[in-house]
Design a protein around this ligand. Structure first.
Ligand SMILES: NC(=O)C1=CN([C@@H]2O[C@H](COP(=O)(O)OP(=O)(O)OC[C@H]3O[C@@H](n4cnc5c(N)ncnc54)[C@H](OP(=O)(O)O)[C@@H]3O)[C@@H](O)[C@H]2O)C=CC1
Ligand SMILES: Nc1nc(=O)c2c([nH]1)NC[C@@H]1CN(c3ccc(C(=O)N[C@@H](CCC(=O)O)C(=O)O)cc3)C=[N+]21
Ligand SMILES: [Mg+2]
Length: 358
């Protein structure tokens, strides 16, 4: 493997040696600081999302197209129009509508686009939206005070802090301030824990994960008993998606930046969900013929010819996948719009819970 790969492994070594050191210092007298039996370290390396992947030329149309294109855009529109009619029913019966608050910090163009899309979708569905835009260099206190006013505002049923936040801000602390009952992103650790644990129900299911499953179900893909591979293990995409697939009784493998032979493991999967952010990471030969491929990745690349100066590409080599898979989601027009539809769905559910409507 390449230099990056080796660097990653080397840098993740200290966790072991740290454990050994603690053992030496503690000797056997101090019980309070006993060394961990299990290391909980995630790689503290920065994984640049560009490790070791296949740069060989893309095989356009070398195989006849086998795959159906899963139209996330139109499925999301269907869902949003269903939400819109529920919202108008709510308005007629109790004179109230769901409300979503969005906090956007800084000037990232992609974040601005996603947030704009979310606000636009709220308008379509009749959901009230409030948006707080804060400068890149804003203080933590500013965000926390915006959050506490949204937490207390009874006409707000969902709160979303757009990620990533600028580096100087403590993301965990800020996300922890979002009231559990309004955490429509599902990023609160209690939500994730409940998603993972048998017999428990999260208040909200994270939107991207929910969107991926919804795409599978609405495309008639059976999940139960199937082998699913999720590439990526982030809190916002890969991890919750793998948990949700497991809840739907798939046999799930999770791949990440330090996984070896990802192509071979992926080739065994009936369902592949990829959430990495590396363009063309998943090549045609990574896929089992007939696999269903859900591409969460959205990597912005410069494109002066498009409206906002950039366009998005996914993790999957789309041209190659079309000739191997049985179904593929495009980027754009796949998971992205579904994430937004699920955000609205969570916000509606939240309002229904507050007003005790079924
Ligand atoms: N369409 C949508 O609605 C959404 C799209 N996205 C997009 O999905 C992508 C991922 O987002 P996010 O999860 O936030 O990103 P993160 O950077 O938080 O996570 C990326 C994950 O991919 C893994 N990874 C990195 N490189 C490789 C590699 N070469 N092979 C296998 N795994 C690798 C990382 O592994 P490790 O853990 O070892 O570092 C990590 O788990 C981005 O393009 C993002 O824009 C995200 C959310 C919603
Ligand atoms: N707190 C938080 N919640 C999120 O859900 C969240 C986040 N932070 N940070 C970033 C990721 C990414 N994400 C996307 C949402 C919509 C599109 C989307 O609408 N995509 C369209 C096209 C976008 C465009 O018009 O360029 C599509 O794929 O068709 C993409 C990506 C949500 N995320
Ligand atoms: Mg990364």
């Amino acid at each position: 493997m390449t230099v990056m790969w080796q660097k990653g492994l080397k840098k993740s070594m200290p966790s072991t040696s740290r454990a050994v050191n603690t053992l030496k210092h503690n000797h056997c007298y101090q019980i309070r600081k006993s060394p961990p039996l299990v290391s909980l370290d995630f790689p503290d390396i920065w994984t640049p999302n560009s490790l070791d992947y296949d740069h060989s030329p893309i095989q356009k149309g070398s195989n006849e197209q086998t795959a159906a294109v899963i139209d996330g855009k139109s499925i999301s529109e269907e869902i949003i129009s269903g939400i819109a009619s529920e919202v108008s029913r709510m308005k007629e019966s109790i004179g109230k509508v769901p409300g979503l608050a969005v906090i956007l910090v800084g000037q990232r163009r992609d974040s601005q686009t996603y947030v704009r899309n979310k606000i636009k979708a709220c308008e379509e569905a009749g959901i009230k939206s409030l948006m707080t835009e804060l400068p890149e260099d804003c203080t933590e206190d500013k965000i926390l005070s915006a959050l506490s006013s949204f937490n207390e505002n009874p006409s707000i049923h969902g709160i979303l802090v757009q990620l990533p936040l600028p580096k100087h801000l403590d993301e965990e602390k800020i996300l922890n301030m979002v009231s559990l009952e309004k955490d429509v992103d599902g990023f609160n650790p209690l939500n994730m824990g409940n998603l993972a644990m048998r017999g428990r129900e999260p208040v909200f299911i994270p939107c991207t994960a929910k969107g991926c499953i919804e795409l599978l179900l609405r495309s008639g893909v059976e999940i139960m008993g199937k082998k699913a591979v999720v590439i990526g293990r982030s809190n916002i995409a890969g991890l919750p998606t793998s948990l949700l697939l497991q809840r739907h009784h798939a046999t799930v493998s999770i791949l990440h930046a330090l996984s070896k032979n990802p192509d071979q493991i992926t080739r065994q999967a009936d369902i592949v969900v990829t959430a990495v952010g590396v363009p063309n990471l998943v090549r045609g030969h990574w896929l089992k013929p007939g696999a269903v491929v859900i591409d969460v990745g959205t990597y912005p690349i410069e494109d002066p010819s498009s409206e906002f100066g950039y366009r998005l590409i996914g993790d999957v080599c789309y041209e190659e996948a079309l000739g191997v898979a049985s179904a593929v989601t495009p980027v754009p027009g796949g998971v992205g719009p579904m994430t937004i539809a699920m955000l609205l769905s969570n916000t509606l559910d939240s309002a229904k819970r507050v007003y005790d409507i079924t």
